[in-house]
Ligand binder design. Structure first.
Ligand code: IPE
Ligand code: IPE
Ligand code: MG
Length: 241
């Protein structure tokens, strides 16, 4: 149920969780400490968004381009992701009670098998939930996602399931990791960067953008409110007048 403090809520919010490294650097700490703090913010904001009545929320946790980072940092991020998966499994009953459907966006081939196992388990266990849809993008790239959908279509054409005329916008969208979920209405990016960095390219075609200089580990419920307030005031035209 929508919190009365907002007259309109975005159906789908995308969050680019950025600035962990700089947060740590500012404190003379290793980058991994920034990721630990960022993971706490992720839990906090996920819970808060659900309580506000946001139906779909996508968090960008690790991009296809992030493999270019030092191995030590990648391992630290993957370990934190593993902690999150373990915790989600432990709290499964709680999540089911809240009606949370968990999904992971991205290519799993390059991910550790113990992580993939847990991801599949959680997706399967929560697949009948529909109140809150939480997506976590891991080894995710928007261009790669579109390519993945196009390859699916090519196979359907080869096997005679569809004809080239059957390649529609809806068919491409169906093959994306977000499937039937609504397009992104609002993209939130902290840390001062003003770019998409390959996040939900297709889904964000008409998204509103909200940027802030705050680093992700420092991001609070108030910052989230501020983004929603800004969204409330936007005049969305979708090409109309
Ligand atoms: C975001 O924080 C987390 C990931 C990309 C995994 P960064 O690690 O990119 O933090 P900055 O941008 O270096 O500060
Ligand atoms: C985007 O942040 C990816 C995630 C937050 C997971 P990056 O820090 O990787 O993006 P760039 O390199 O600044 O564009
Ligand atoms: Mg960054």
């Amino acid at each position: 149920m929508a919190d009365s403090k907002f007259s309109i809520l975005p159906a789908h919010v995308g969050i680019i969780m950025d600035g962990n490294g700089r947060w740590a650097k500012n404190r003379g700490l290793p980058r991994s400490m920034g990721h630990i703090e960022g993971a706490k913010t992720f839990r906090k904001i996920g819970e808060y968004a659900g309580n506000l009545g946001i139906r779909h929320i996508s968090f960008y946790a690790f991009s296809t381009e992030n493999w270019s980072r030092p191995e030590e940092e990648i391992n630290a991020i993957m370990d934190l992701f593993g902690d999150y998966l373990r915790e989600a499994e432990e709290k499964l009953d709680d999540n089911l009670e809240k009606g949370i459907r968990l999904r992971f966006l991205g290519d799993r081939d390059k991910l550790r098998s113990d992580l993939v196992e847990k991801m599949e388990f959680l997706e399967n266990e929560t697949k009948n939930m529909s109140k809150v849809h939480v997506n976590v993008a891991v080894n995710y790239g928007g261009q790669q996602e579109i390519l993945h959908s196009v390859k699916n279509i090519a196979e359907d054409i080869l096997s005679g399931k569809i004809k080239p005329e059957g390649i529609t916008l809806e068919r491409i969208q169906k093959g994306l990791y977000t499937g039937e979920q609504p397009p992104v209405d609002l993209v939130i990016r902290p840390s001062g960067e003003q770019r998409l960095s390959n996040f939900l390219l297709w889904q964000s075609a008409y998204a509103e953008f909200w940027y802030s200089d705050v680093l992700w580990p420092d991001f609070t419920e108030n910052d989230f409110d501020e983004a929603l307030r800004a969204f409330e005031k936007r005049n969305r035209r979708f090409g109309g007048v």
